[in-house]
Design a binder for this molecule. Structure first.
Ligand SMILES: Cc1ncc(COP(=O)(O)O)c(C=O)c1O
Length: 493
């Protein structure tokens, strides 16, 4: 349905240009979409047009999930702020979040954004180790606060003066990194780069306080570190007296499929975990979870909005949905279908250099040709716009902005996966034909993609996920039918 009483599109665009900072980029700068509503894995613009959302990992359990919405509404009508006082929502949520983590990670701090969480993680690391130096990866993004910009090399401009407390290690990328997958054991070899940094810092009279990384490097275009990379890095850091921070802002809460937390797939246990984006399905909430010793080393911390009862009620509802709708296993199964679908079309497309990812984190890297691996930045942008015409919203990441990334809400289905891969293949074939016609790629490699030519039979249907009761401590005797009904989007659609 078109928007009834909203501001006309052109006026909204004009106000955005007049009153909002230019550096705040829009998803489609040339012709931005005005989104007025979201439901499940879909977004709706002001004309009523439906888009398949493949980028909004913040709306983790689906846009406006009714269980999450009603939890927020109910708490908002009771109490919104309890700064400095006791309240059940915060206590129950902290207990529940901690129950998903290894035993050592047993103390929670709540803040309102991933950036605040990572900033606090650095403070905790410094207060515990009494050291301020940090190792980050060259393809990392950790947030928008001053300290975090310094450890987010993907956002550094040319000639950025690296601070003396920042040490940058190579992203363990086996497609186009310092060491590719042909190197035997790239994980330990990449980890050795971190060891060398620790040693070099020591020689220069500096001590590393913390190593920070995502379990899957999303800003580099969904780079999954090779086996044993983190195991070795964590050993080196711990041996030297530092602590390890896992930034789970993009990857946590079941998105990686096999496990609830991204670090678990690497068989390591961090000292500090940060989580933001998905934990309250779009409501501002983030958390830092750490050991008792590290938590106790910080003498003073407060956050007015962090862990307010509304945020925590919503956080609890998100955990209900992940559990009841089995979204972790859905991320694993549907994510595999999505990745397999792209893998199946890869050989037909001279421009698909790499397909990678885990769970519902999938990246497709475009190159001018597979031998030179020259990044195809413009083609990636054109492809995103072509998919927008097909009503599919897809992201672009990577240092060269040539990796198409998909991090959809976890209610994404195998039908959605099929639809995306089919349209992706058709749109890319057009781009490749045009590139070949002007001599940019090998004409002999141009695929013929029409109708059902793409082998999408690799995308198999998964069993339907059943929705269970949303009952919890306070709702034990809630009638199951009522709870199931409440969980269904159809009620709000
Ligand atoms: C890995 C990672 N860490 C931290 C952040 C910062 O989170 P926020 O934007 O909520 O401050 C982001 C944001 O995109 C992120 O991707």
């Amino acid at each position: 349905m078109p928007e009834k009483h909203g501001v006309p599109y052109r006026q909204t665009l004009q106000m955005r240009r007049d009153y909002i900072g230019k550096s705040c980029k829009l998803h489609f700068e040339v012709a931005p979409i005005k989104i007025v509503r979201g439901s499940k894995q879909y977004l709706y613009d002001d004309t009523g047009q439906e888009f398949l959302d493949c980028v909004n990992n913040t709306s983790h359990v689906g846009h406006c999930h009714p269980h999450v919405v009603s939890a927020g509404q109910e708490q908002m009508a009771k109490l919104t702020s309890s700064f400095g006082f006791l309240n059940d929502q915060t206590a129950l949520y902290a207990k529940r979040l901690i129950s998903t983590l290894p035993e050592t990670l047993c103390v929670c701090f709540f803040v309102s954004s991933g950036s605040e969480g990572n900033d606090l993680a650095l403070r905790l690391a410094a207060s515990y180790t009494k050291r301020h130096d940090v190792i980050c990866l060259d393809g990392a993004y950790h947030g928008n606060l001053g300290t975090l910009v310094e450890i987010s090399p993907v956002r550094h401009r040319k000639n950025h003066q690296i601070k003396d407390w920042v040490h940058i290690a190579p992203t363990p990328n086996t497609y186009r990194g310092k060491l590719d997958s042909s190197a035997p054991n790239p994980g330990p070899l990449y980890a050795n780069e971190v060891r060398k940094i620790i040693q070099k810092a020591k020689q220069n009279g500096r001590e590393i306080g913390a190593f920070i990384s995502e379990p899957v490097i999303t800003a580099s275009g969904i780079v999954v570190p090779p086996e044993n990379y983190f195991a070795h890095v964590y050993n080196y850091v711990h041996e030297s007296g530092g602590v390890c921070i896992s930034d789970e802002v993009q990857c946590g809460l079941g998105r990686c499929g096999e496990h609830f937390w991204g670090f678990q797939m690497h068989n390591v246990v961090p000292d500090i975990v940060t989580i933001g984006k998905p934990i309250a399905n779009g409501y501002p909430l983030a958390a830092v979870i750490t050991t008792k010793e590290i938590a106790d080393s910080l003498t003073d911390f407060s956050s007015t909005f962090g862990g307010n009862p509304v945020a925590c009620a919503i956080g609890r509802a998100v955990l209900d949905v992940i559990e009841n709708e089995k979204l972790t296993s859905s991320a694993k199964n549907v994510g595999k279908c999505l990745k397999d679908g792209f893998k199946a079309i890869q050989h037909k497309h001279p421009m698909i250099g790499d397909v990678r990812g885990v769970g519902m984190l999938v990246g497709v890297e475009l190159v001018m040709d597979k031998t030179s691996k020259k990044p195809a930045k413009e083609s990636a942008e054109i492809l995103a716009y072509k998919l927008k015409e097909k009503k599919i919203i897809i992201g672009i990441e990577g240092a060269d902005k040539n990796v198409l990334v998909l991090l959809p809400p976890l209610c994404f289905t195998t039908d959605n996966a099929r639809f995306v891969v089919q349209n992706f293949s058709e749109a890319l074939a057009n781009i490749e034909s045009e590139a070949a016609s002007v001599g940019l790629t090998d004409r002999n490699e141009i695929p013929v993609v029409s109708g059902v030519d793409v082998p999408l039979d690799v995308i198999t249907d998964q069993p339907t996920i059943s929705v269970h009761s949303y009952s919890d401590e306070e709702e034990d005797d809630e009638d199951e039918d009522k709870a199931i009904k409440r969980a269904r989007y159809e009620e709000v659609d």
